[in-house]
Design a protein around this ligand. Sequence first.
Ligand SMILES: C[S@@+](CC[C@H](N)C(=O)[O-])C[C@H]1O[C@@H](n2cnc3c(N)ncnc32)[C@H](O)[C@@H]1O
Length: 473
Amino acid sequence: MTFSDIELAALAEVLEEFTGLVHDETRRDSLAFAAAQCMASADIPRVSAYLELLRSPEGAEERQRLIDAVTIQETHFFRNPPQIRALRTHVLPELLRAARSADRPLQVWSAGCSTGEEPYTVAMLVRELLPNATPDQVRILGTDIARSALEAAREARYGLRAVQMAEPVDLARWFRRDGEWFVVRDEIRELVEFRLHNLVSDDPPFDRDGVDLLLCRNVTIYFRRETTKALVRRFHEVLRDGGYLFLGHAETLWRINDEFNLVSLGDAFVYRKVDGRSAGERRHVLAQRRIGADPVVVERRKRPERRQARPERRHGRSSISVAAPRPRPASADAHLAEARAALATGRYGDAVRAATAAARVEPLLVDAHVITGEALVNLGRDDEAISELRQAVYLDPDHAPAHLLLAGALARIGDAVAAGQAYRAAAATVRRLPPERVSEFFAGRDPEELAAVCVSLAQQAERTAARQRRSAR
Ligand SMILES: C[S@@+](CC[C@H](N)C(=O)[O-])C[C@H]1O[C@@H](n2cnc3c(N)ncnc32)[C@H](O)[C@@H]1O
């Protein structure tokens, strides 16, 4: 089955209208594949007839089938370890305490929950803190537009890939084995409810000011900015004052909404609905930069020149001759694009493989080392991440995110001295960055406040290092 460009554009338009999902040129092949399969199983050979059905009120069932086929349902348990640590150590203890003292249930919404790993992970973290929690005390709702994903979520039976990020202790505690399957235990399932829900067109499934914690991670990546803006306004309405909003790696509220604070919790950045009562006390809180009517236009810059110049500087030459940028081999770019996409969708193993392949083609490619490092951090492989991130900051000493990732990894393996130095380097580089690189690296974050957080983390690491020295004596 082949589609003309016009037919594909029409299919993409219908899908965007119903789901908000944009299928640009790079995603048209997967759209064509899914549509061809759906048309074959519905026995509709003509694209015009299929489009007509999709657009008509009678086409609801067929639309659902196509949505199930085109949505990217990639997810896994304990995804994004820095955010999981923030939930475990800061967010859930605080929210559970607040809910208990107000004698009301804790309400969590996992919006775009796919096959259920995200809301079940939250339930596991809640059970850790409150082993006897009942569904009256804790309500976790997972919603998604894909019916097939929700069916899998309700079945709660997962393969090895879905649980790759779970610690052995969590696997033993929260899953029972059934042959090769990992089945979520009933005590977790009873806290989670699933519902078919379209984030673009349906009313939110909670009352105003009802939600304490809202996770919408890796969902809006394929939405237009206007779609995300409208969605985040609805999120703002249903969140309580001080309620938390967790987005995915590649998502930001920059130029989307300025009614949230960006909060640094350990090595995670999360958003928090501005709470009128505590607006004056902002420790470790990065105020979301207000974007006026005249937004800054951000251009992504490529930096091959710097990579060419560095090794010469290393050999102590006083005058650096900057070689004309060598065109990067096409396959390095292709591997890098693949690595970025894998990182953005949480396929960390794939991101490591693709970024490593890019570095093999072009060893001085800074982004390849940064992506490998970030993916390894997410896989909990801090030791290996450190080596990649060290290469990245050697090749590009101004790469602030690489310094920041390196600092976090060093702190976690207990090398407090090196972590302190890396946090100081992160602070210095953030301050030195030209505005376009601040936007490129830390969209929406104020460099001064970000630098202040780095300094404070450096001081924390230095205090730990001092304690380690005293106890070694
Ligand atoms: C990549 S998964 C993210 C799963 C999980 N939040 C995570 O980060 O691991 C994205 C999910 O968003 C859902 N989605 C996309 N558009 C949606 C919409 N308009 N309404 C509700 N869910 C949507 C997809 O069906 C898919 O399951």
